[in-house]
Write a protein that binds this ligand. Structure first.
Ligand code: BJW
Length: 249
């Protein structure tokens, strides 16, 4: 395993240029340099301050929909102020030039804002609302002024909830399948800014490795993936992309 050094960014550039099929998996750390909190890695992160089962589970929503809705409304406001950073922008540029499939656990839409056309949003999108009733398929784009709970305009029976994947919920089958296939079929897998703690997302690197792909992790901190990675770049991903992109232009 290589650690951060002067040579590692040119090596990353060379790997990207020679790979046939690249998969990039991003997590909250990729949006950290845009000012959006992460979930687990610091005392400011969400799950250091709030109980995930209260705010990110169907039970939590059923128990107190108002509390959950307001928390998501607060996060939407935080995200609306954020702008893509060099990692989002660099990935969008690479997607236009290289065979790169982008999977994100992030719900903030910053990859799309940076210009990424195809993004596999494994955990949904915070700016989508959907009916909490499983028998109703209503979905809509969130309106900025919707600060209070909304009753579903289609079934009129249940509240709308954020269109994100909570603990204990299944991921959308088509996205899960697409991410699974791409991971099994790539020759280079880059994991960036994720603690690699949440499944099934955390399992895709292992699928790629089983198929013989090189695994590279970009993260200032160690994760359960680190020991299985072929290389680890211990640096903030935005600063990595600031040094990487000039080498690829
Ligand atoms: C930087 C940086 C910088 C900072 N540059 N890096 C198998 C084993 C064990 C458990 C399970 C299993 N399979 C399923 C489970 C249960 C569960 C799970 O995985 N639990 C684990 C916590 C143990 N998974 C689920 O429930 C999933 N559903 C599922 O599997 O359905 C089938 C099923 C159902 C019932 C039973 C069993 C199976 C759903 C998971 C949904 C996750 N939802 C959330 C909230 C989304 C909505 C929202 O945003 O509110 O998704 S939780 C949260 O974690 C969010 C994230 O997408 C996700 C991952 O977090 P991420 O992105 O890795 O962020 P952090 O904060 O953890 O890490 C940030 C990293 O960045 C750190 O490492 C920093 O060092 C780094 N960093 N600055 C680079 N500048």
């Amino acid at each position: 395993m290589l650690n951060s050094s002067e040579k590692i960014i040119p090596q990353l550039a060379a790997q990207l240029l020679s790979a046939q099929r690249i998969v990039v998996m991003t997590g909250a750390g990729v949006s950290a340099e845009s000012g959006i909190s992460t979930f687990r890695d610091s005392e400011d992160s969400y799950w250091s301050q709030f109980d995930p089962m209260t705010l990110a589970s169907l039970d939590g929503f059923s128990d107190n929909p108002q509390r959950v809705w307001h928390w998501y409304q607060w996060r939407r406001q935080q995200i609306a102020l954020a702008r893509p950073n060099p990692a989002h922008v660099g990935l969008a540029q690479l997607q236009r030039r290289l065979p790169l499939y982008l999977i994100t656990q992030n719900v903030d839409g910053l990859h799309q804002q940076a210009g990424s056309q195809q993004v596999c949003e494994l955990h949904g999108n915070i700016f989508i609302n959907q009916c909490v009733s499983v028998s109703c398929n209503y979905r809509e784009q969130h309106q900025d002024n919707a600060s209070d709970l909304i009753t579903c305009p289609q079934c009129q029976q249940a509240y709308l909830r954020p269109g994100v994947v909570w603990f204990g919920e299944c991921l959308a089958a088509e996205r899960l399948e697409a991410a699974d296939l791409a991971s099994r079929d790539c020759d280079l897998f880059l994991s960036m800014g994720t603690s690699a703690a949440v499944y099934p997302a955390a399992g895709f690197a292992a699928l790629a490795k089983q198929s013989g792909a090189q695994i590279i992790e970009i993260n200032p901190a160690a994760t359960p993936l680190s020991e299985h990675a072929d290389w680890v770049i211990r640096a903030p991903v935005g600063s990595v992309f600031e040094r990487l992109m000039p080498l690829l232009s």
